[in-house]
Design a protein around this ligand. Structure first.
Ligand SMILES: Cc1ncc(C[n+]2csc(CCOP(=O)(O)OP(=O)(O)O)c2C)c(N)n1
Length: 533
């Protein structure tokens, strides 16, 4: 006889999902019994962190990834991470344990009441199978939902007495054998018309979003920009979970500002704005203004029907972003427009004591290995990072598109697990670091050699900046005195040091990034300020 548990692990094998991220409870133990040797269980100490690790791992591998949570309280703790995963378009299969079926109706302790409702509205599909025999097929369906565009989390609640039940052989064999591909080319006629518009536009511009990286469209984007001599912007940094165009390319002008008025203003003068692989646009905060300047038209290409439908202006073409870029590149003519002026390299930052965020990012740029991957969660230094690092290789940058904190440390761990041959550097504000701090333990326990760089300014700087923008004075809770992340890291068993000047920081980064025996943490004291370049 084949049990639900055996069939489930066979299903996971068939989809290459042999690394499971979880935090177990009594309701999950029946799933974990006789844990197969070809699987790895990565323990996170709190569910937000489990979500972040799986999110980073799923994005860096490009494969669906299983997250196992503890019934209602575990799902509750994970909701912020589920919100993050849908914004990041991370293909996650989330499962949670549930009371035994005979005790659900009476709502015995630990019953996940209305289990499928809990993670709504942030999952693509949410389900508790009506019979134990349906569990493998429900998990298969959730994997397909998670991986079809737009990728994102799907949820299945599984009563703890289901695992030892016998499956329905025919249904299960069919569910395990199914493969679903969702990569669809856009309407060829729409692309032909767009190519003609692009070729004849007077002053077109290209805006690159995170799905260009996720879909493997990096080279096609460069080829199109070069053939058409397009100036290129990245979607606003606050909503750009990945970088999809080499930021050191002479045609790359930077990340767009994040609000309505400033975006309209920045793109003014362009008669055709082509946005690829991005929400139009991840606006925040609210700075009113025209959505588009007079004389500008906008066309977005996205694999996400929701993004296409909800954009407040312009046209949209739905289809795989990489396929669209490749085809457009073939269809457009070679342009003889003037090549856009390259933006200047950032000037050396002014000396400050303690160092500024810009100095810290310049030090990081100096120590940066070509093949390194960045995970960024350092709000007041985000723009300085983008300006000074100029990431120029695919799959090299991960940022939480939702704005929800608690992603950085955990995602750094997941990305490094997925990419053992590349160094991962995780840059965090000391405030942001606290939301996912327990992931430091996982990095130590599993000897995952991430380098954590903590920028310590003793405050929630970005919120002070927002307070000025929102004309709020006298708000409490914006200072963080005495928060020593290096001491916390040591308590988790991680070697950690403090640096106070840029030369020391460069030396520490060189040493820690090349260390392969486990994670390291560097805490850099930085001055108060918003570091824009
Ligand atoms: C889950 C969650 N809670 C609260 C916030 C609000 N928030 C945004 S930025 C921020 C402060 C970040 O502080 P820190 O990491 O020290 O960075 P700094 O602004 O000083 O660069 C907070 C609390 C959030 N984005 N997400």
């Amino acid at each position: 006889m084949t049990t639900v548990r055996q069939a489930t692990f066979d299903l996971f094998r068939a989809h290459g999902m042999t690394t499971i991220f979880g935090n177990p409870g009594s309701t999950e133990l029946p799933m974990l019994a006789e844990f197969p040797e070809d699987f790895t269980y990565v323990l996170g100490l709190q569910e937000l962190v489990v979500m972040g690790m799986a999110d980073g791992y799923a994005q860096a591998t490009g494969r669906p990834t299983h997250v196992n949570l503890h019934t209602a309280p575990g799902v509750g703790n994970a909701v912020g991470g589920i919100f993050n995963a849908q914004a990041n378009k991370s293909p996650l299969l989330i499962t949670a344990g549930q009371q035994v079926r005979p005790q659900i109706t009476m709502e015995a302790n630990l019953t996940n009441r209305d289990a499928a409702v809990g993670p709504q509205p942030y999952v693509k599909w949410s389900h508790e199978p009506p019979r134990a025999q349906d569990v493998p097929a429900a998990l298969a369906r959730a994997i397909h939902h998670a991986t079809l565009p737009p990728r994102g989390p799907a949820f299945v609640s599984i009563p703890m007495d289901d695992w030892t039940q016998e499956v329905d052989a025919d249904r299960t064999a069919n569910a395990l054998a199914r493969r679903v591909t969702g990569r669809t080319a856009p309407d060829p006629r729409a692309l032909t018309a767009l190519a003609a518009r692009l070729s004849s536009a007077r002053n077109p511009v290209l805006v690159i979003g995170p799905d260009v990286d996720a879909s493997g469209g990096w080279d096609a984007a460069v080829a199109l920009a070069e053939k058409q001599r397009l100036p290129v912007w990245a979607t606003p940094a606050t909503g750009g979970s990945r970088i999809g165009f080499p930021e050191s390319h002479p045609q790359f002008l930077g990340a767009l500002p994040p609000a309505i008025g400033p975006i309209g203003e920045t793109l003014k003068g362009h008669d055709l704005i082509l946005v690829v692989g991005s929400t139009v646009f991840p606006y925040y905060p609210y700075v009113p203004g025209p959505l588009l300047a007079e004389g500008s038209e906008l066309v977005a290409i996205t694999s996400d029907l929701g993004e296409a439908a909800r954009a407040p202006m312009g046209e949209a073409i739905v289809g795989d972003v990489a396929l669209a870029l490749e085809r457009l590149g073939e269809l457009v003519s070679e342009s003889d427009r003037p090549v856009p002026e390259p933006r200047p390299a950032p000037a050396a930052p002014a000396d400050a004591d303690p160092m500024s965020g810009s100095q810290a990012m310049a030090a990081l740029a100096q120590a940066w290995p070509q093949d390194a991957i960045a995970v960024l969660e350092a709000p007041s230094s985000t723009l300085a990072f983008r300006n000074r690092l100029r990431i120029s290789r695919p799959g090299s940058y991960f940022f939480c598109a939702s704005g929800g904190l608690g992603y950085g440390i955990a995602a750094g761990v997941g990305v490094q697990l997925a990419s053992p041959d590349r160094p991962v550097v995780c840059v965090l504000g000391e405030g942001s670091a606290q939301y996912g701090i327990t992931a430091l333990w996982t990095a130590v326990a599993y000897r995952i050699p991430v380098t954590f760089l903590i920028l310590r300014n003793e405050e929630y700087m970005i919120l002070k900046w927002f307070a000025t923008l929102e004309q709020v004075t006298g708000a409490p809770g914006l200072d963080l005195p005495g928060l020593d992340v290096a001491a916390i890291a040591r308590a988790y068993g991680m070697p950690a040091r403090e640096v106070s000047d840029p030369q020391e920081l460069v030396a520490a980064l060189h040493e820690d990034i090349s260390a392969q025996d486990g994670p390291r943490l560097i805490q850099a004291r930085i001055a108060s300020g918003m570091w824009l370049d």
